[in-house]
Design a protein around this ligand. Structure first.
Ligand SMILES: NC(=O)C1=CN([C@@H]2O[C@H](COP(=O)(O)OP(=O)(O)OC[C@H]3O[C@@H](n4cnc5c(N)ncnc54)[C@H](OP(=O)(O)O)[C@@H]3O)[C@@H](O)[C@H]2O)C=CC1
Ligand SMILES: CCCCCCCCCCCCCCCC(=O)[C@@H](N)CO
Length: 359
């Protein structure tokens, strides 16, 4: 027998039924181990995707800062329509009383109450804490806090007064930190709650004219992400809303001094009605979704800027994975068109300046 034949017969002997049979338990063990590893990995992957239980608005206590006007007022009305008890927080008492009347018209039962609190959310933390305490004594622990008090300033960077940068951070950012800080301990003790931050599409992209406003809205996203990671084990869910331009008294005020560039760029995403915005943000907060966006542009912006923000459903995660590259491609065209708006406005201005000089 040649050495090749000897090897062949040895191999065929080795691979005979008997020796396979001996290997079978090991193979089975391997397969089972592989299945266990795959299963654990899968569980690990989907664990952050498991959706929370929706909050029951009926009978819940909802505090809405900025609840006397615009988006905040509509959010209060939307929650009232679902049977919630409401605390409206804002500075101007007259506007608060007017808003209270409007919210009360949305009642669905005669037990519902609207409470008004006049306070500046951006100034003194102790004051904010004490009014929240009063509200909790009257209407019970806060189930949902909506941080909607805010204001905007637009203008060219060098033309915005320096103090305005500070004011934006105080009202839009600290004005959301203080009320949140005042309700969070009780929420943690009760192991339930919802916190909503009303940012803006200008909190997802920095736009011409919003050098003071955008950073204060970006800041909310950072706060929300960090807070959500801390609060998840306590069953508290954080939502950040990114509305486009919305038809409110605040928007009308902003338009009086808005640079043309800012107007033209913002028009891309259109103007929403506050009632529509309120419906969507309330639904997202109730479901515990981290991100709340509006319309096709809003959807694309949120998928594109998801970064390391938490996911709240398997579909949301999958959509982000699949659409990222496509949306970035679309975004490049948008950015190109924004740049061209800015360039054309500059040329136009220089032309009219030169014409003025000649006259
Ligand atoms: N309208 C829009 O186009 C968009 C708005 N947003 C954001 O939505 C939020 C609401 O906007 P909108 O409805 O247009 O605004 P409005 O100006 O219509 O309403 C603002 C509300 O916030 C209150 N508020 C303002 N400053 C303070 C303060 N320091 N302390 C307590 N309450 C305060 C106001 O009451 P008072 O003045 O009496 O205190 C009012 O109730 C803002 O944060 C805004 O940035 C986001 C995207 C688009
Ligand atoms: C795939 C990529 C899609 C990109 C879409 C880009 C759309 C940009 C529109 C930005 C609008 C900003 C509105 C700010 C509203 C606001 O906060 C103030 N009105 C507050 O008063």
């Amino acid at each position: 027998m040649s050495s090749e034949e000897a090897l062949g017969s040895a191999l065929s002997h080795w691979l005979s039924f008997n020796s396979w049979w001996l290997l079978l338990p090991f193979i089975m063990l391997l397969v089972v181990a592989a299945f266990i590893v795959a299963f654990v990995l899968l569980l690990y992957m989907i664990s952050p995707l498991i959706s929370p239980k929706p909050l029951k608005l009926n009978g819940a206590h909802v505090v809405v800062t900025g609840g006397s006007s615009g988006i905040g007022k509509c959010i209060a009305m939307e929650c009232y329509k679902h049977g919630a008890f409401i605390t409206l927080v804002a500075r101007d008492e007259h506007k608060l009383v007017q808003a209270k009347k409007e919210v009360e018209k949305c009642a669905i039962n005669d037990k519902q109450v609207v409470l008004c609190i006049s306070v500046d959310v951006s100034k003194d933390y102790n004051q904010v804490e004490s009014v929240i305490k009063q509200a909790q004594e009257k209407l019970g622990p806060v189930d949902m806090l909506v941080n909607c008090a805010g204001t905007s300033i637009s203008g060219k960077f060098e033309e915005v007064e320096v103090e305005r940068f500070k004011k934006m951070m105080e009202v839009n950012y600290l004005g959301s930190v203080y009320p949140t800080r005042a309700v969070i301990t009780t929420m943690k003790e009760r192991r339930m709650g919802r916190i909503m931050f009303v940012s803006s599409q200008a909190g997802q992209i920095g736009l011409f004219g919003y050098t003071a406003y955008s950073p204060s809205k970006f800041a909310l996203r950072g706060l929300a992400e960090a807070l959500q990671m801390e609060m998840k084990p306590y069953n508290i869910y954080v939502t950040v809303a990114y509305p486009p331009d919305t038809d409110t008294p605040g928007f009308a005020e902003e338009n009086k001094t808005k640079p043309l560039e800012t107007k033209l760029i913002s028009e891309t995403a259109g103007v929403c009605q506050p009632e529509q915005v309120a419906k969507i943000v309330v639904k997202d907060a109730v479901q515990g979704n981290f991100t709340s966006s509006f319309g096709p542009d809003g959807y694309m912006l949120s998928a594109l800027t998801c970064g390391m923000s938490p996911v709240t459903s398997i579909t949301e995660g999958l959509q982000q994975i699949v659409t990222m590259g496509l949306f970035r491609t679309i975004a490049l065209f948008y950015l190109g068109s924004f740049d061209s708006i800015v360039r054309r406005c500059m040329i136009q201005r220089e032309h009219s300046k030169a014409a003025d000089k000649r006259e």
